[in-house]
Ligand binder design. Sequence first.
Ligand SMILES: [Zn+2]
Length: 91
Amino acid sequence: MSERKKGSKWTYDEVVEYVNANSSSTLLDGEFFKKITPMRFLCSCGEIFIVDFHRFCSENKRQCNKCGRKKTGEQCKLTNKHIDDFLKEKN
Ligand SMILES: [Zn+2]
């Protein structure tokens, strides 16, 4: 019984531990079935959002849409400036 492959299956406790260690969000659901099962999380801003654990891990979807957009917006600004500089240099 001790041959459980690490990473293949998560227990609920492991999921909660991961969420607490890697995000400022809180898992609201009291059960965990599969990595692709959508679960409810409480964002640090107080907003409730739903995401499956697979996306939580691999796509960094670790906050509500509002906070996520804020984050992405900052990245976009940076990228746009980069492109502007690039175009200026070309002209
Ligand atoms: Zn939020």
